[in-house]
Ligand binder design. Sequence first.
Ligand code: KG4
Ligand code: ZN
Length: 332
Amino acid sequence: MTDFNQILGIETSCDETAAAVVVAAQTVRSSVVSSQIELHARYGGVVPEIASRAHVELLTPVVAQAIVEAGIENADVDAVAATYGPGLVGSLLVGVSAAKALALVWDVPFVGVNHLEAHLYASFLEEPTLELPLMVLLVSGGHTMLVNMKGHGDYEIIGSTLDDAAGEAYDKVARYLGLGYPGGPILDELSLQGDPTAIAFPRAMKNDGYDFSFSGLKTSVVNHVRKNPDVEAADVAASFQEAVADVLVTKARRAAREYGSKGICIGGGVAANSRLREAVLDACVADDLQAFLPSRSMCTDNAAMVAAAGWHRLHSDGPSRIDLGANPSLSL
Ligand code: KG4
Ligand code: ZN
């Protein structure tokens, strides 16, 4: 098969309109992310209709910018990859339709990418020599799962959330505290001034299997603030963050031991969290495991990870059919 080396990646699954040019899943030539946060902030969360309309407006200029910043011409693109699920259906359709149209016009293959697989490949993009098997903690606004990555394209989900995703818990707690959207970065920053041991929030299912539950923690934060209206918001933030990191890392560490992983790596927006990053590093040092923490911009949604996952998919399975549709509930 021809080497489809230079891949244009497109990501529109939620509220980031992103495009990137990546060579051989290793060299990021450009990565443009246009965030819609300001459009959604006043509603306290992503409004699907607003998101898809914004993708329609932003995608063409974002793709053009990715091509220009990569220093290439349209004709240099060897294949076009786009996220086709999971995510918001209207948003996904914008990226998938654009990618298929570009692939047809440029006469190059189109490849549909699973957004969760793309988050897994964010780490390999920055550290291609990562050794397998790896225990991957995938923590985003929509998902929280522990994945035993045995080989490229060979995954086993060993645990996932039974209710809220970790990022969703961050967003809901921040909204309740009146701090704004998205909650993760705001609570992360606020925690720096708080005491993580101030409030002993519950650690649901910490020593019980590999599934997660965060809705009780969120309720516990709400109840604590109701009963103690003068509590310092920074102490609530730091104690909440500590509880989330404690559960995530305790389980990832136990799983890595049980599955004989060479290391632990993290992905998804919550992987940008300072306390979680520190706790993963500490655990890996203590257990003599490799730790890999992708840069923060590679943790949150971007199209470089989509191009990287697309490159792997093209080389393992070949191009996707041109009638591939969006799949909002696609699983790994
Ligand atoms: O992966 P992502 O960009 O989009 C999804 O695929 O969901 O993740 C977004 C989530 C949001 O819930 C956001 O609050 C959270 O990641 N997040 C963080 C941090 N940065 C983003 N959570 C905790 N700490 C952060 N620094
Ligand atoms: Zn994501």
